[in-house]
Write a protein that binds this ligand. Sequence first.
Ligand SMILES: [Zn+2]
Length: 469
Amino acid sequence: MLSFFLGILLAFETVKFNPISIGGVDYISYKDIADLLKCSSFVSDTTVELFSGTKKVRLSFEKKVAWLGNQSIPLENVYIDDNTLFLDGESWAYILSWFSETQIYYWDYQNKRYIISKYPPSVKSFKLDADSIVIEHNRDLSPVVFQSEDTIYVFIKSGFYSGLAGKKVYGEFVKAVRTRHTTEGVTFLITVNDGVKYIVSKGLMSIVLKFQREGPPGEVQVPEKVTTPEVPPIIEAPKKGYERNIKVVVIDPGHGGHDPGAVANGIREKDVVLQVSKLIKKKLERMGIKVVLTRSGDYFVSLGERARIAQKNKADLYVSIHCNYAPGSKARGVETFFLSEARTEWERSVAAFENSVVKYEVDKNTDKGDILSMIIGDMAQYEFLKESQDLAYFVQESLVNSISSLDRGVKQAGFYVLQGVYAPSVLVELGFLTNKDEAKKLKDTRYQEKLADAIVDAIIKFKVAYERS
Ligand SMILES: [Zn+2]
């Protein structure tokens, strides 16, 4: 597994692009593609043709179809600007691979570039039928499936797929399918109609999702959406192999140095969050808990470094402190995030990849154990999902009660800063700097004390519940 992983890292080239991003889709113009291929093009009112060697691709603006020789593929994402045709990165990847024959192109959504590999894709097929999806893959891959609202995510670490998963006719369950690659693997985003659930069955080299309207949930439980904060969260029984003890808490004041974070009403996020974080540290230490700050002054710390600080100090809990920003609106209130199930595996793994590659460039004899620990850690984080959610409830509830601020609820999202942290972790937005009243409060030391107290209370409450379970 490890040597396979390293092999993949070294086996590709990349080409950077500046796509136009609209609604989560990256669009690239035919001109940029023609430049990449160094091929000629012919443009009429309704079509674009690209010629490379003896091959020709014809793209119809109107019919939203591409002809690759005799093969035709539907183009779901066509964008026309200034009489120039743009297609999504994944469609171009398919076309580029068809032109190339010996190399396979993947659109790296995270880094806005093409990954070009000479190896066959590790995800062999993606078949969508009226009520199921079947994905076939290499033996050493293990897809992770979960649902968040109307989207089902199938993340396959180290998986690469060269095909047109989204170019299908959809039945009564599935609305759309999108493919997203990062250097770390592929994610299929399957948007389903209201009330559609799935059942997963995994084979040695395949995974099957069967859709249905009602019935038992999928293999991975989806956290319930927050509607009634009064209902106390349930701390589940511990998973085997993890020590149920909170000895080290890492507090992460967001931003710093040349990154001020949000700036509004004459207040900088980086200052407020550092002050509150230092207060939390002082208060927790008084209770005999070891606290590590990811920064203790006004300097820049990269997101990867923050995660490494947590790892190095064996964090048992991780709380990232931020202030919100919504220019032009009166938005106010507190919200607490936990790293979403949906994006944990996928986005955080990108960070893990970037870290390992940097090391690889510096020193080819890098500690391979480190990379291995990242892979293992990746699985470990998955175990903390429920706990992160519980911690988020505690923090949110405690803050709302203590400062009587507007309760914006517990939310889930794929924050980079929580990636690579192998402990229950949350990100707190203390309030909006863009809101005049809230900004004034956030600057006030007494208010900051209250915020810190509330977060400390929540951590202690969580610690008690967690260690007892
Ligand atoms: Zn922030």
